[in-house]
Design a protein around this ligand. Structure first.
Ligand code: GTP
Ligand code: MG
Length: 629
């Protein structure tokens, strides 16, 4: 081997270091710590699995490229994620440079599971360094690892890292520096891995563990004590429900001040424009189109961030896999596997990553059903609509002394989405024929306090995505809608506001035939048209439509009071029901087409969701009318 290495030339550009390891061992945390903001996120060519690459410069001034690979349990790939990881390290992916160094990241508290992959990768013969990550947790649990011995047994440098601590990555950087200059090398064929049986690998893992690791008696540790309650068959679900409940309460009560500040700012800006600009087309475009539309969506940033703050905290401290575990039985009841939990949970952010995450489900029927119900989970784009209508119609008061009524309604809307998703899954499973599912086997990580840096990065990314959408898609659609709503102008002797006679007004009135039975007026109908492209656009559209509907010269203040005086309670409830079900997101439908590689599923999805939406809205509206709400 030495002779071969001497002959190999030094890597010409910056060497490529690949971070590889089991899911959840801290690769991404390490990646973020090493690269900071110097990262590029894209997809692997032809598939929708995220590819993260970054750059970093070591203390010695050497510069490396870093690749964050999808987590894998084994190189004999079982899931599309694992396939990518295998192909990239083995240099089998066209257009993808194979790594020059593999930094294998392992969870130091779970070497028994993690070392198997290490041994597999070692057989590829690439230069390697082993990162014992989470040594902070290992230490606390009294796990003592003899790194020198481990390094000797594995035949590679072994370093200890704490990816969530400043400076916790230093040992890895030093180890990479020690490998400088990096020589070109070629991975052995994958058959080298298959040649060794799983049992043999397992035996080798046990042998090494016996030599290098002393595990203090693990029983009675903190996580297990906590899990005694959290995973309890009765107490567990109660805790889960309470937690979720508090989250939705907070979404309303904490967001109030920042929302007031944003809408105050938007209004102030509008007032300033009105004062300093002559009345005319440009002023109307800026005030009614841009500020009225975009401003109406922008105020929901605080609520979205608060919701994600909680989701990220729960994920980071290790609660989410437990929730999956708790819900496995519930999902089993409708014929879904617990594996569907993660895709469905992601769908609360947005159905698109959810649909893509369904790739990790091996059973094709389960996968299809999961994809089909993902858009029923309440995505963050619905939040603006829900929040707007709730703020306008649901009184902000206490119920039973503890709960805030607005939060309670929001909770119910989320719940309605979940329940109907389960019902649809159950029906689809009937149609497709049933098949028994194996119970969920999940690695439950130890609980730990969430890390500020991870939280901050997660929230920053959410905010960026939201603001990008506001600045691009929503802004464009708003300007377009403003144009459609402004021309042609009102005829002589008009009795209605000008928008009533515009192209959009005509369109809205035409649609009223379909939507009047479920309680929507022509303003809502207009807003639904651009709202077909993406849900939150409808809020902006209502902003524009109502800004242009204002008669006289008074300023269109925030939207909530305007709709509160314009709609009845039945219409408000009907609109909420509509948004629980309506398939108003073209991007989701196109991703479903791509992921299922057929037009059939997006069409079925759009069809069943429209039908559900219409029926649910009809019932809601008629019931509310009958009850005299
Ligand atoms: N205490 C502690 N926690 C860590 C450490 N490294 C990572 N974590 C936490 O472990 C969790 C998983 O980390 P990630 O970086 O997302 O793991 P990953 O390997 O990228 O996971 P996948 O992308 O799903 O394969 C996060 O909650 C981190 O905050 C560490 O060294 N110490
Ligand atoms: Mg990761």
């Amino acid at each position: 081997m030495g002779a071969v290495e001497k002959a190999a030339p030094v890597v010409a550009q910056q060497p490529m270091v690949a971070l590889l390891g089991n899911p959840n061992c801290g690769k991404t945390a390490l990646f973020n710590r090493l690269t900071g903001a110097r990262q590029k996120v894209a997809n692997y060519a032809g598939v929708t699995i995220e590819r993260k690459e970054g750059l970093f410069t070591s203390t010695a001034g050497n510069s490396f490229r870093l690749l964050d690979l999808p987590g894998a349990y084994s190189l004999s790939a079982h899931t599309p994620d694992e396939e990518i990881t295998r192909d990239v390290v083995a240099g089998l992916r066209a257009g993808e440079r194979s790594p020059d160094v593999v930094a294998c990241v392992v969870d130091a508290t779970n070497l028994r599971l993690n070392l198997r992959l290490v041994l597999e990768i070692k057989r590829l013969g690439l230069p390697m360094v082993l990162c014992l990550n989470m040594v902070d947790v290992a230490q606390k649990r009294g796990i003592v690892i003899d790194t020198a011995r481990l390094s000797q047994e594995l035949g590679m440098p072994v370093v200890e890292t704490v990816a969530v601590k400043t400076g916790g990555e230093k040992a890895l950087v030093d180890a990479l520096d020690a490998m400088w200059p990096v020589h070109q090398s070629q991975a052995n064929p994958l058959s080298a891995i298959d040649a060794v049986s799983v049992e043999e690998t397992q035996r080798e893992v046990r042998r090494i563990l016996a030599l290098a690791v002393k595990d203090a008696d693990d029983r009675g540790n903190r996580s297990e004590k906590i899990d005694h309650f959290v995973l309890h068959p009765v107490i567990g679900p109660v805790i889960l429900a309470l937690l979720m409940f508090c989250v939705f309460q907070a979404v309303f009560s904490w967001a109030e001040t920042p929302m007031d500040m944003i809408s105050g700012g938007v209004e102030g800006l509008g007032a300033m424009l009105k004062e300093h600009m002559a009345d005319g087309v440009l002023r109307s475009l800026l005030v009614d189109g841009v500020l009225g539309g975009v401003g109406a969506v922008l105020v929901f940033l605080p609520q979205i961030l608060i919701l994600f703050f909680f989701i990220l905290v729960l994920e980071d401290c290790g609660y989410l896999p437990r929730a999956a575990f708790l819900l496995d039985r519930l999902m089993g009841g409708v014929g879904l596997s617990g594996r569907a939990f993660i895709p469905l949970l992601s769908s609360f952010a947005c159905a698109i990553p959810g649909v893509m995450a369904a790739r990790t489900i091996q059973n094709p029927r389960d996968r299809i059903v999961t994809i089909m119900i993902a858009p029923l989970m309440t995505c963050s784009a619905r939040l603006p609509i829900y929040a707007l209508v709730i703020a306008a119609f649901i009184p902000d008061r206490e119920v039973w002394g503890v709960f805030n009524l607005q939060g309670l309604v929001l909770f119910c809307l989320y719940f309605a989405g979940i329940i109907s998703a389960m019902a649809v899954a159950w029906v689809m499973k009937r149609f497709m024929g049933t098949k028994r599912n194996r119970p969920l086997m999940l690695e439950l990580p130890a609980y730990h306090w969430p890390h500020m840096r991870n939280l901050a990065i997660g929230l920053y990314e959410r905010a960026k995505i939201f603001l990008m959408r506001v600045g691009t898609t929503i802004l464009t659609l708003m300007v377009l809608l403003w144009a459609l709503s402004s021309f042609p102008g009102a005829p002589e002797g008009a009795t209605q506001p000008a928008i009533y006679y515009s192209v959009a007004g005509m369109l809205g009135r035409a649609l009223e035939f379909i939507f009047a039975p479920i309680g929507f007026n022509w303003q809502i109908c207009i807003a639904l048209v651009p709202g077909m492209a993406a849900r939150e656009v409808a809020v902006g559209a209502l902003g524009t439509v109502y800004a242009l509907s204002q008669t006289g010269d008074e300023l269109a203040t925030s939207l909530a009071p305007v709709i509160a005086s314009g709609w009845g309670m039945p219409t408000a409830l009907a609109l909420l029901a509509w948004y629980v079900f309506a398939p108003q997101c073209l991007s989701t439908l196109s991703v479903v087409r791509r992921e299922t590689n057929s037009m059939k599923y997006p069409l079925i999805m759009a069809g069943y969701m429209f039908a559900l939406a219409y029926v649910a809205t009809f019932i809601t509206y008629r019931t509310a009318l009958a009850l005299g709400a």
